[in-house]
Design a protein. Structure first.
Length: 727
């Protein structure tokens, strides 16, 4: 075996080992849409037929073609399973908290309990068998990428190795290889079709190639609908060859054979969709069920979605709540930019240019397909949708980089890229993915005896609070208070209890709060064993809009969601820990803000005349606005007092004026003081209430609140909470 084959065998072995590790580290159902993919597999196994798209009950990925799921049913169909096909695991309601942060805080969408805890029996075994099947499909995709590189550079196997490494060690590709996902086989078909097309360019068309491409294209259409775009590189390959040989009959013959074979393989699927949904693709029904929208007028979706699309191509795990550190995405972007610079260096043989045109066409086509999907679907900006072009893109990147290096050291490029990509894959596994889903470590007896600020308070017969730590006794709005609680399990329970950590003002209002299942969502109480002690660190984020200056205190407790708080032996339902000072940030106006409304008007501060009121009382609210650009319309300002279910308990909705001047007459930079009276309904029940503010035109929608990064934060700003109390 020559050195290049040994190198590739090592790379492929490393890929399989990492993909298996990713599959074992990730709890079942946590990868994107995995539970709906599993339901599809189980539907085929249990009912022996295809699922139908429906808005009723828990859903499967019923809009996808069935090839991947049929293979999954084949490898897992004999496993006995107790759960219903469409059962719904227990959800973690806090999994979207601080969605864009790299942390271990509530990154699991589901509670790891019951059947989800047992990996190799029942439904757990089904999931892992299909995951491992996907690992093998991913290995084929990696192997085909290597063959693509060898066809492009027959004498430079090191470059082919580097191209394969960019696929094999892409953290997102590894994550989905270790998941139940049809995006990995999509990469396989993309690489397979391209490989045959490259050989068509070198050897010329013949019936064998026509039949092979027809079969591959038909199987691709039975895997994911957007693989229909592979028709473009197929046509380009035939067109390039026909143009160079001036022989066009092969193009016509090849097209006819490919269309016929693909139709024989996959045509029944499109006919079924036509019968069921009146649409051969089934996309009309998809749009209806998944909040689709017309493509026209949604160019903002591209601008807003591009960063997420790029990041999720390389690694945003789960449903996007597990990002990598930002320098990773920036580093890969720099690498790809350098590769692009390499293409400005002239000098390639004619046949290589043809191959690069084919690879570039494939990449561009799938980028355009995903761009269109971003326009019509809110969830369109997913890097995994680019997987069919990932093999082509990886080969292009390696070639671009190679053109920047002297010929004598080009052979080291593949090794360098492979090692760098492998390092990235290991970092993503052990530095991000693994810790996010790992249960907290139990404390030793010596650590239990030495916990700081000992309390020894028991909540019911469930758990004992041993002690606590609070990181800071002074913060400003926008900063964070870390509260570490030391718990010890008292008894087993069949209920999912939760923890609350409140930062309350001495005047009685809520400054900030943090709720979580124990173990930051990773250690539900139904899995507890008596005697185990562990530490939880809760990050309580003080809102940018928090009132200041203020004095608050930390209060913690245990409760059953939808039920009662657990009480201590002396009847308390919460334990007060320590005080925290909320200092005012620097600024000219009270409670300084930087809330950008539609890039036209900015909220720069606010003030309340009281924060604790009785039902029927009025709250005076002063808002400070600044014009950023000449406004095109006259806006109205609104301020509402909101209940827990967004009920309106006080309303102010009036034109935003400076004297008699409406917003269209404001000068750029002009500061306007806007005073409003919020009169509470006499029937307002006691409790904590948000105040929301925003802007809208007379008959139009609300202006969006725009973050510094350019993405939308909604259409309102929540100010300090107020408290309604009855004396």
């Amino acid at each position: 075996m020559d050195r290049s084959r040994i190198s590739f065998a090592v790379l492929l072995t490393a890929y399989v080992a990492l993909a298996l590790a990713y599959s074992l580290v990730t709890p079942i159902y946590e990868p994107t849409d995995e539970i709906r993919h599993v339901r599809y597999v189980r539907h085929l196994t249990v009912y022996g037929g295809l699922p139908v798209q429906s808005g009723e009950g828990p859903r499967a990925q019923s809009h996808h073609p069935p090839l991947y799921y049929a293979l999954g049913a084949l490898v897992s169909g004999r496993v006995p399973v107790d759960q219903d096909v469409y059962y719904e695991p227990v959800r973690n309601p806090h999994w979207t908290d601080r969605h864009d942060e790299v942390s271990v805080d509530n990154k699991n969408q589901y509670l790891i309990t019951g059947p989800e805890r047992f990996r190799f029996t029942g439904i757990g075994l089904v999931v892992y068998l299909v995951r491992w099947m996907t690992v093998l499909l991913g290995a084929v995709a990696v192997g085909l990428t290597y063959r693509l590189g060898r066809d492009v550079w027959p004498t430079q196997p090191a470059l082919a190795l580097g191209g394969a490494a960019l696929v094999a060690f892409n953290p997102q590709f590894l994550h989905l290889s270790g998941a139940v996902s049809n995006d990995v086989p999509a990469a396989l078909w993309g690489a397979a079709v391209l490989l045959v097309c490259l050989r068509l360019l070198r050897r010329g068309p013949d019936l064998r190639i026509d039949l092979t491409l027809g079969a591959l294209y038909g199987l691709a259409l039975l895997t994911k609908l957007h693989l229909a775009a592979l028709v473009v590189p197929i046509v380009v390959a035939y067109a390039i060859r026909a143009w160079s040989s001036r022989e066009w009959r092969s193009l016509v013959r090849g097209g006819a054979v490919i269309l016929t074979v693909a139709t024989l393989i996959s045509g029944w699927w499109f006919w079924r969709n036509h019968v069921l949904y009146g649409d051969p693709t089934g996309m009309t029904k998809v749009s209806e069920l998944w909040a689709g929208r017309p493509a026209a007028g949604n160019w903002w979706a591209l601008r807003q979605g591009l960063p997420y699309l790029w990041n999720s191509l390389w690694g945003r795990f789960g449903y996007g709540q597990l990002p990598l550190h930002q320098p990773v995405y920036q580093g890969v972007l720099v690498l790809c930019a350098l590769a692009l610079v390499g293409y400005l260096v002239h000098g390639s043989d004619r046949l290589l240019v043809r191959s690069l045109v084919l690879l570039g066409t494939t990449t561009v086509v799938f980028v355009l397909v995903v761009f269109y999907y971003m326009l019509i679907q809110p969830a369109g900006a997913m890097g995994r949708f680019l997987f069919p072009a990932l093999p082509a893109f990886s080969v292009l990147v390696i070639y671009g980089l190679s053109r920047l290096l002297p010929g004598r050291i080009t052979s080291y490029l593949g090794v360098g890229v492979s090692v760098s990509a492998l390092t990235l894959a290991v970092y993503a596994l052990v530095g991000v993915l693994g810790p996010a889903f790992a249960s907290p470590r139990s404390m030793s007896a010596s650590k239990i005896r030495s916990v700081p600020n000992p309390i020894d308070a028991e909540f019911g017969d469930v758990v004992r609070l041993l002690g606590y730590e609070v990181t800071s006794d002074r913060v400003v709005p926008g900063e964070m208070v870390e509260v570490t609680l030391y718990w010890q399990v008292l008894s087993r329970t069949d209920h999912h209890h939760a923890v609350f950590v409140h930062l309350l003002s001495d005047v009685g209002t809520m400054i900030a709060q943090r709720d979580s299942y124990p173990g930051l969502g990773r250690y539900p109480t139904t899995t507890w064993e008596p005697g185990v002690a562990f530490a939880d660190t809760y990050r309580v984020h003080v809102p940018q809009t928090a009132y200041s200056p203020d004095t608050g205190y930390v209060q913690v407790g245990f409760y059953l969601p939808g039920g009662q708080r657990l009480t201590t032996d002396d009847g308390r339902d919460a334990i007060r820990l320590t005080s925290v000072e909320i200092d005012s940030p620097a600024g000219e106006f009270p409670n300084p803000q930087e809330a950008n409304f539609g890039r036209e008007i900015e909220l720069i501060g606010y003030e309340l005349d009281r924060r604790v009121v009785q039902p029927g009382d009025a709250v005076g609210l002063t808002l400070y606005w600044r014009g950023l650009v000449p406004a095109e319309v006259d806006y109205r300002g609104f301020a509402h007092v909101l209940g827990a279910e967004n009920q309106l308990w006080a309303i102010s909705n009036t034109p935003l004026l400076e004297g008699s001047s409406a917003t269209s007459q404001w000068r750029v930079g002009q500061v306007v003081t806007d005073t409003r009276i919020l009169s509470l309904d006499p029937a307002t029940p006691p409790g904590f209430y948000d105040i929301e503010v925003g802007l809208h035109s007379e008959d139009g929608p609300r202006l969006p609140v725009i973050a510094q990064g350019g993405h939308h934060l909604g259409s309102r700003v929540l100010l300090s909470k107020i408290r309604v109390a009855i004396e």
